[in-house]
Design a protein around this ligand. Structure first.
Ligand SMILES: O[C@H]1NC=Nc2ccccc21
Length: 256
């Protein structure tokens, strides 16, 4: 998967050089390319923002700069100037914004199927809306929020999304099974929070690991884990239980 990120703070993405994402890049599973938005600002101060029409606080990011940057990143491939990723003549454009649709595990799975993503994190009050309108015709533009709170800019949201998507790509996680057992993963754990986890020692400061986990009885362990997931979900996120497909609950579940 190719991932292009255009930002005035490309250094913000240094964390993508380490750990799982770093290894995925070294192994060519993820091809992340960072671009400094100001490279397309031609005035001496490399200005990327201006005051909002209609008044109001803060600044809005200028459409011309974004247009030139996106054309340069996308156009090079679309014009054949640069090898576009296999099967993609244009990327999916993802605009992090508090006013976007919720970013969920389902959206991460959707994005993980894409050969090419373009992230356009904004600072200030956001990007002039005509940029999304302009590219809405040529690319699939998706305005997405990672949560109902306000950040200083979209860069942190891009880090969250790249990690959530990157870890789903084949070969990134050592043990593929761990994707299937994720909280919110489709299938048995869909809409359930993961239960508690334990490792050695069996007793620590007087706290014992639940006996069942030491029993080696895989059927009972799976049952205990599902019970704990249902209990934890009921306690912390009851609204998720309402989304559970009743047919996915067995007789035992219903007794909880
Ligand atoms: O994803 C959003 N969630 C909350 N705040 C934001 C601020 C800037 C960009 C994106 C977001």
């Amino acid at each position: 998967m190719r991932v292009d990120i255009i930002s005035i703070f490309p250094e913000y993405f240094a964390p993508l050089d380490v750990s799982l994402m770093g290894k995925a890049r070294e192994r060519g599973i993820l091809d992340i390319r960072l671009h400094q938005l100001r490279d397309w600002a031609h005035d001496v101060h490399r200005t990327v923002d201006d005051t909002p029409y209609g008044g109001g606080p803060g600044m809005v990011m200028k459409p011309e700069i974004w247009g030139e940057a996106i054309d340069a990143v996308v156009g090079a491939a679309a014009a054949g100037g640069e090898a576009a990723p296999e099967g993609a003549v244009a990327p999916r454009m993802i605009v992090p914004t508090p006013s976007g649709r919720p970013f969920t595990q389902e959206v991460a799975l959707e994005y993980a199927k894409e050969p090419w993503l373009l992230f356009t994190p904004a600072r200030y009050e956001g990007i002039d809306s005509r940029v999304m309108a302009e590219y809405g015709f040529r690319l699939r533009v998706d305005e997405v929020s990672i949560g109902d709170y306000v950040l200083a800019g979209g860069e942190a949201a891009v880090l969250v999304m790249v990690e959530a998507v990157g870890r789903l790509l084949p070969g990134v996680l050592g043990n593929a099974a761990s994707v299937a057992d994720d909280s919110f993963a489709p299938g048995t754990m869909e809409n359930l929070l993961e239960g508690p986890v334990y490792t050695k020692p069996p007793t620590w400061r007087g706290h014992d690991v639940p006996e069942i986990l030491l029993s080696g009885h895989h059927g009972k362990i799976a049952r205990w884990r599902r019970d704990e997931a249902l209990r934890r979900t009921a306690e912390k996120r009851p609204e998720l239980l309402a989304r559970l497909d009743p047919d996915s609950l067995d007789k035992h579940d219903r007794q909880l």
